[in-house]
Design a protein around this ligand. Structure first.
Ligand code: ZN
Length: 153
């Protein structure tokens, strides 16, 4: 099932998210599977729970054709090396923002099966996609990196 992606909906996109119980329940596994299908149908590289108006600390990404589910992700470490690239967001169609981010991150997270990954390293585009989705879990959007952007219309 493909879910509805919220667009320019500040209430949904800024909602607080909550840690998921480990091992993930059937409901959480189903949500992850539906989010993967939704991301795929929208041709996106990532999708976070608030974008489908859910409050779980969970996001999915497509890294070079491989699907990954991140549950309760924590950034353990950033590289000092940063880069600036233009980003888009499925929840903000037509908006592009230049965002400065560390080029490498080390993340601890669980997958949909409840397997723990400790301080797993991601770099370059993968690190950028993951940081973008991590931001969603904290209600942060790419427009927040642009000083003169007005949210909404
Ligand atoms: Zn986004």
């Amino acid at each position: 099932m493909v879910l509805d992606i919220v667009e320019f909906d500040e209430e949904a996109l800024r909602q607080e998210t909550e840690e998921v119980e480990i091992p993930p329940s059937g409901e959480v596994k189903l949500l992850a599977a539906q989010m993967l299908a939704t991301m795929d149908a929208a041709d996106g590289l990532g999708l976070a729970a608030p974008q489908v108006n859910r409050s779980e600390r969970l996001f999915v990404v497509n890294l070079w054709g491989k699907y990954h589910v991140f549950i309760n992700p924590v950034i353990e470490r950033f590289s000092k090396d940063v880069g600036t690239e233009e980003e888009a967001c499925l929840s903000l169609p037509g908006v592009f923002a230049k965002v400065r981010r560390p080029k490498m991150v080390w993340i601890t997270y669980y997958d949909a099966a409840g397997k723990l990954y400790e301080s797993r390293k991601f770099k370059r585009r993968d690190a950028r996609v993951i940081q973008h989705e991590m931001d969603h879990l904290d209600g942060k959007l790419i427009v927040d990196y642009v000083s003169d952007f007005e949210f909404g219309e």
